[in-house]
Design a protein around this ligand. Sequence first.
Ligand SMILES: *[C@@H]1O[C@H](CO)[C@@H](O)[C@H](O)[C@H]1NC(C)=O
Length: 139
Amino acid sequence: MNNLITFMLITVMCFSSKRTSGCNLVEFQNQLEPPRSVKVNCTSNKKETISVQEIKFNGKYNFPVRERGSGDRIVWHCYLRDGNHFIDIWRAYRGASRKRCNQIRAYIVKSDAVRLVRNNEPTKQSFVWMLAQLSSIRN
Ligand SMILES: *[C@@H]1O[C@H](CO)[C@@H](O)[C@H](O)[C@H]1NC(C)=O
């Protein structure tokens, strides 16, 4: 009996935390040359934010995304920075009209470009680094 209650409690907890935090993923993998790190921060159209994360060479960072369905599609915008270069990925994640789970958008960060891998399938989509204006470079 006790085991059953524990099992049910854990199931409910997992389910509810998944529901609030999201069952999809946006991931960044730093494959620049060592020892370069990349910085990333993101904002959604629902005013959720991911503060600046520094990803070390060969490291990864990911965060969960919850879809909301039609009329309320989630869109995440991410900003990457490597020294004085940057990339704005305006639709790093875009929700579908039907709520989905298990969607993964992985961005492979390399020195020539950032490539999108969608649900473990490489895509042709890539993003090129832009040179920042000197006046806008901050630490
Ligand atoms: C990233 O952070 C910078 C500095 O805090 C901010 O100006 C910018 O709007 C942020 N961008 C995104 C996509 O969150």
